[in-house]
Design a protein around this ligand. Structure first.
Ligand code: FMN
Length: 199
């Protein structure tokens, strides 16, 4: 599904988003708009450069080893059926890769952090190391992890600017998350980020 065009001018100052950013662990089930989803994914990994491939977050050697997935529940995002979606930066679109609501399974894979499953969407930031290790060897793993942090902060700050809140989770079983979301096993999940309105 093609996402609406993102905006590059907002109502909230960068300073205010930094000031207000907090890890939130209590979410409302209120539905998110496709525009909000578009904006969040653009902030995470959207194309921003005039060259047509550089993205919102920096990447060592501009090799972009990261992918963003979103686990969505019923009546959580307008126009989207429950499922796991992958984001394509080049086309600014999402594709369904697995049907059904996997948010609770993801929460259970995150050592039972059930609060996560109440957010309408959980973003999963993954790294495919072979895209970066060809150039940087083992150090590429470090670079990918640093990149995940940049993407995570962009999601945090964009959430704030949209009046939403985000959580961040690093405590999860990698293989279990891969399995319940049906993502490629070469895509290692590094960060999970539930996003929605604060309860
Ligand atoms: C890499 C990383 C992993 C984290 N993992 C979890 C987690 O599994 N569960 C959780 O509730 N919070 C997690 N947090 C959030 C931290 O607890 C939180 O950032 C910290 O308490 C500071 O609060 P703040 O983010 O609101 O400023 C994680 C944060 C980071 C950066």
């Amino acid at each position: 599904m093609q996402l609406p065009d993102p905006i590059t001018v907002g109502d909230v100052s960068l300073e205010m988003t930094i000031h207000k950013r907090r890890t939130v662990r209590s979410f409302h089930s209120k539905i998110l708009t496709l525009k909000q989803l578009s904006q969040l994914l653009w902030a995470a990994q959207g194309i921003t450069g005039p060259e047509g491939y550089k993205r919102a977050a920096p990447s060592a050697g501009a090799l972009y080893p990261m992918d963003i997935y979103g686990a969505v529940g019923e009546d959580c995002i307008e126009g989207l059926n429950p499922g796991v979606y992958s984001y394509d930066s080049a086309t600014h679109s999402v594709s369904l890769i697995q049907k059904g609501d996997s948010r609770r399974d993801i929460a259970m894979a995150s050592l039972g952090q059930v609060w996560m499953s109440y957010a309408p969407i959980t973003f999963v930031i993954t790294a495919e190391y072979n895209r970066i290790m060809g150039k940087y060897g083992q150090r590429g793993v470090r670079y990918a992890m640093i990149e995940a942090g940049h993407i995570g902060q962009n999601i945090f700050l964009q959430s704030q600017a949209l009046g939403l809140e985000a959580g961040i989770v690093g405590a999860f079983k990698d293989q279990k998350v891969i399995q319940v979301m049906g993502i490629k096993d070469t895509h290692e999940p590094l960060l999970l980020m539930p996003v929605g309105y604060k309860r």
